[in-house]
Write a protein that binds this ligand. Structure first.
Ligand SMILES: Nc1nc2c(ncn2[C@@H]2O[C@H](COP(=O)(O)OP(=O)(O)O)[C@@H](O)[C@H]2O)c(=O)[nH]1
Ligand SMILES: [Mg+2]
Length: 403
């Protein structure tokens, strides 16, 4: 069951082998726990992103946007303030505390030395760097990049405030968005070439409209270059702001299903009546909660989205058809399910089952591997589809606003 392997899987082939070996010597309860622990670990993998660039280039705003936060929201980095310290400021992702964005001190001051700078910010801490320029790339940018490379780390060049550049040109009669973007890109690439880079790649980003322009390409590139574990946590934590990201999240979550189903099937074989279904439900609900969180369909994310997009919660709710998600988000089913796992009486379980049609169709007494994996696949499809519809609606509003 666990022999199938895929590069996108949240755990590595080696771990999969080890895990299969471990559980083959364990009793079923321990085996189920082992798998559950593995799944939880996937969300706890540390990811440290160092965001650097000149003062005022948009580092802090990018740190916020990458975590799905507005500049005024709780926990957001202050923007538009002059940097006064040489200390990196750490900002955790609101849902995945192990994903950390580091707002680094400004570069390019008169006595700037990349080597000293990197030492000062403790370069070894970061998985990769984002180097931001809001105008041309200067020597300090490439100096820093080559020093980062020497230290065996990766970096990505970002040209920020693209929305500002576009707005500035909009009034012109000859306005051609694609042409402007091409010009900015070429200009940045040439700048980087002239200071020694052979094959520069520049990502054009607006932190005010993160889903537009090159953010998707940047995300795809980073994901591709990260080790497997880190890639998984990046996919879960990135804000769901493009259709491509929506699809990537779905694919990544799908890889977990066989493990969840296996854990669940192990528990199902336990000889305690009522217990197995309750544990199954807990495992399933946890997994569905993971989906909602990853797609931004949890209550808090939806509220934020309403504030940002100007759409009412009723409008967004009316777009979503998945019963599972609605149950979870209204908060009525979730607490009952959690309680059910402690009470373990069949009555409670049955009454909970009645809430959710898919679950309700399953007879109490343990869910099989196939049932659980079928349920989760369907739940994932439904939730991903709801997330896609919500995203489409928000994108349409954005489009109307910009026209
Ligand atoms: N319109 C727009 N404004 C931005 C963008 N990025 C940064 N800013 C603004 O530029 C100013 C400097 O940004 P900040 O993030 O504080 O720069 P930092 O000094 O590098 O941290 C602030 O007023 C931001 O709101 C962007 O992509 N679009
Ligand atoms: Mg700042």
């Amino acid at each position: 069951m666990l022999s199938q392997y895929d590069d996108d899987c949240p755990i590595t082939e080696e771990e999969m082998k080890q895990l299969t070996e471990t559980i083959s010597t364990q009793d079923i309860t321990t085996a189920a726990n082992t798998i559950n622990e593995y799944l939880k670990q996937q969300e706890r993998v540390q990811l440290n992103i160092g965001v650097t660039g000149e003062s005022g280039s948009g580092k802090s705003k990018f740190v916020n946007a990458f975590r799905g936060l507005g500049d005024e929201e709780e926990g957001s980095a202050k923007t538009g303030v002059v940097e006064t310290t040489m200390q990196p400021e750490v900002y955790c992702h609101p849902k995945y505390k192990n994903v950390k964005l580091w707002d680094l001190p400004g570069i390019g001051t008169p006595n700037f030395k990349a080597q000293d700078y990197l030492k000062q910010v403790e370069f070894d801490r970061y998985d990769f760097f984002i180097i931001i320029a809001s105008d041309r790339f200067r020597e300090c940018h490439t100096q820093l990049a080559s020093e980062i490379m020497k230290m065996g780390k990766k970096f990505y060049f970002v040209r920020s405030k693209i929305d500002v550049a576009i707005d500035g040109e909009k009034k012109k009669k000859s306005f051609d968005k694609k042409k402007i973007l091409d010009t900015i890109r070429k200009d940045c690439e040439n700048g980087l070439r002239s200071i020694g880079l052979v094959d520069p790649v520049v990502f054009l980003i607006s932190s005010s409209e993160l889903g537009s322009f090159d953010f998707d390409l940047l995300h795809e590139r980073i994901a591709k270059e990260l080790p497997q574990h880190k890639r998984h946590v990046l996919l879960l934590s990135v804000p769901n702001i493009t259709l491509e990201i929506n699809e990537r999240k779905k694919k990544a979550l799908k890889k977990r299903i066989q493990m969840v189903a296996f854990a669940s099937a192990c528990v199902a074989a336990l000889p305690v009546p009522g217990l197995s279904i309750a544990v199954d439900l807990t495992i399933i609900v946890n997994e569905i909660r993971t989906y909602c969180n990853a797609f931004g369909l949890d209550e808090k994310s939806l509220q934020n989205l309403c504030e940002r997009s100007g759409k009412s919660i009723e409008t967004l709710n009316s777009l979503m058809t998945s019963v599972l998600h609605k149950g979870l988000c209204t908060g009525s089913v979730l607490p009952m399910l959690s309680v059910a796992s402690f009470l373990v009486t069949e009555e409670v379980v049955e009454s909970v089952l009645a809430f959710i049609p898919i679950l309700g169709s399953v007879v109490a007494g343990g869910l099989s591997y196939l049932t659980v994996s079928m349920m989760l696949k369907r739940a994932l499809n439904d939730i991903a589809e709801d997330a896609r519809k919500v995203l489409m609606a928000v994108l349409e509003t954005d489009l109307e606003k910009s026209n």
